[in-house]
Design a protein around this ligand. Structure first.
Ligand SMILES: *[C@@H]1O[C@H](CO)[C@@H](O)[C@H](O)[C@H]1NC(C)=O
Ligand SMILES: *[C@@H]1O[C@H](CO)[C@@H](O)[C@H](O)[C@H]1NC(C)=O
Length: 543
């Protein structure tokens, strides 16, 4: 008996050890799956996030193929890349679109209408890839799973529809209206601020904020529904002729899960369904890669005062910023005691040649932010860079331009991770003050560092989460059991409005009925009294 127990215990330990090794050393999965990635968004920073997922899967031993419109910066030697470059004219239009955004600040309404109009390029640049004949060879291969980047591009569901295999989406931000409905995350406008709302940790929204938020997210959902009509039309176009193919609305109920590049510790706290898997920071390496020699030497030599990293991200080119603003930035950065790494595309035409500034066309941003001598990150407050900075405990000065950047910058400021300045209206003194304050006041660094600890504290790392859930969907052929019924309900049903309406109608009917009954009763009583009355009155008259 005793002996038997001992054998069981040692067996258990052996199994546990193997299981642990399988997770920690990334040995080959029992079954190597054929996985296809389709990433159509023209933004390089989106591709970095998506490719980090695919790289994790390739490292694990899966057979990974990727279709994309640009050469990926994150890659793996075993990944088969099929790069379908957009036509030059489209690319130019796209660049002009992005360049135009740097020129002036936009209101929320302007931005929304812009999204609708910019859709023309955003759409065609993505549709072009899907219409390319090279996709034919994809459709002739058997895939076990498709992973697709979400970017208002639901027409891309044509790919899993043709391949008849499960799909997973990858979204580069936190859960929001447009993706919530695909897996049935409840819309909770009373306590979950939408992406355009300023967010304060732990804040209970007051009446006006809730009013604004309800209007904001309802408008967002309305916009999504309107957009959906044209997305469905594009899908139909792509499916042309194929009568066996599933319809757009059938595909809408076919999303297995969505990877979100967010983590609840960033807030806002919200209810999630199992179909949302948070992999915030997937693009950050567990251990930084060695830096290119010139950068390593430059940073290592930045000893007592440290160094500053300045980048406006991958969409904004330095030349998109007004020349006068560039001169102000140069004047301030060149006068710092710190060394500065400045992301600048045109190396033959730099803003100035101060000895403390190193211009670089492209930067291994998270490897640089992991360097111990980096003291400050001056950023456009894009999601990716902000997370990398926070992960590495580096405080920031934010210069937001468009989209979700102003909200991110507000978050940096309100969380005490740094300060923000207005790049479209940049003045020398406030810019210098913001930089010196964040460099010299330890409060910002301490705040970022303590949050960094929270952000990294998870049961499974972002990579382990990707592996677990991808293989879960593979094991259970799409894991349809996980889907929330909310996906298949319309607005009236999900908000219980149909119930409330029924109750109101019922109450009204009961009220009418009661009133009618009372009227009848009174009539009856009157009648009875009336019959009695004459006698009584006669009697009383006599008396
Ligand atoms: C891996 O994927 C490629 C490209 O899609 C395909 O041609 C090849 O047959 C796959 N290999 C295996 C072993 O399935
Ligand atoms: C989506 O469709 C595929 C292929 O028919 C199926 O295997 C998968 O289970 C479906 N996924 C969901 C969530 O219904």
């Amino acid at each position: 008996m005793k002996c038997c127990c001992a054998a069981n215990a040692s067996q258990l330990i052996a199994i546990a050890t193997i299981a642990f090794m399988a997770i920690s050393t990334g040995v080959q999965p029992a079954h190597s799956a054929n996985i296809l990635g389709v990433f159509l968004s023209p933004s390089p920073s989106h591709l970095i996030v998506h490719m980090s997922i695919m790289k994790t899967l390739a490292e694990r031993g899966h057979n990974v193929t990727v279709v994309t419109g640009q050469k990926p910066k994150v890659n793996h030697e075993k990944i088969h890349n099929i790069i379908i470059k957009p036509a030059e004219a489209l690319q130019r239009e796209m660049n002009e679109e992005l360049a135009g955004l740097g020129a002036k600040k936009q209101s929320m309404l302007e931005m929304l209408t812009r999204v609708i109009t910019a859709d023309t390029v955003m759409f065609t640049i993505q549709l072009d890839v899907l219409k390319n004949e090279r996709l034919q060879e994809i459709y002739e291969t058997n895939y076990d799973l498709v992973i697709m980047g979400y970017f208002m591009n639901n027409f891309q569901w044509i790919v899993p529809a043709k391949l008849n295999c499960p799909m997973i989406l990858s979204w580069t931000g936190q859960p929001m209206e447009m993706i919530n409905e695909l897996v049935g995350v409840p819309h909770e406008a009373s306590y979950v601020p939408n992406v355009f709302m300023p967010y304060k940790k732990g804040e209970v929204m007051n009446f006006s904020s809730r009013l604004f938020n309800l209007f904001g997210s309802t408008a967002f959902r309305l916009f999504t529904s309107i957009l959906d009509i044209s997305l469905a039309a594009r899908y139909k176009e792509l499916a042309a002729g194929d009568t066996n193919i599933r319809t757009y609305s059938q595909m809408k109920e076919n999303v297995s899960l969505i990877f979100c590049n967010s983590h609840f510790s960033e807030g806002p706290i919200r209810p999630l369904v199992p179909g949302i898997v948070e992999i915030g920071g997937i693009q950050i390496k567990d251990k930084p890669d060695p830096l290119p020699k010139n950068l390593a030497d430059f940073l290592n030599a930045s000893k007592p005062n440290g160094a500053v990293l300045f980048s406006l991200g991958s969409n904004m080119k330095g030349s998109n910023v007004q020349p006068a603003t560039v001169q102000i930035i140069y004047k301030v950065l060149s006068s710092l005691k710190q060394n500065v790494i400045w992301k600048w595309e045109d190396l033959s035409n730099t803003p100035g040649n101060a000895s403390n500034i190193l211009y670089q066309k492209w930067l291994p941003q998270d490897d640089i932010l992991a360097h111990p001598n980096i003291k400050l990150f001056i950023t456009h407050a894009g999601k990716g860079g902000m997370v990398e900075s926070i992960y590495n405990g580096v405080p920031m000065v934010a210069m937001p331009v468009f989209a979700e950047q102003p909200a991110n910058a507000e978050k940096i400021f309100s969380s005490g991770y740094g300060l923000q300045v207005d790049i479209l209206n940049l003045k020398e003194e406030p810019f210098r003050e913001a930089i010196t304050e964040v460099l010299n006041n330890p409060v910002y660094r301490n705040n970022v560092r303590s949050f960094s600890k929270l952000y990294r504290d998870r049961p499974l790392s972002a990579r382990e989460n990707v592996l677990y859930w991808v293989e879960y969907v593979l094991r259970h052929r799409g894991a349809a059991h996980m889907q929330s019924p909310l996906v298949r309900m319309n607005f009236l049903q999900s908000s219980s409005l149909d119930i409330f309406l029924t109750i109101i109608v019922a109450l009204y009917a009961i009220w009418k009925l009661l009133k009618w009954a009372l009227k009848g009763l009174r009539k009856l009583i009157c009648l009875t009294i009336g019959k009695l009355k004459p006698k009584q009155s006669k009697k009383s008259k006599k008396e």
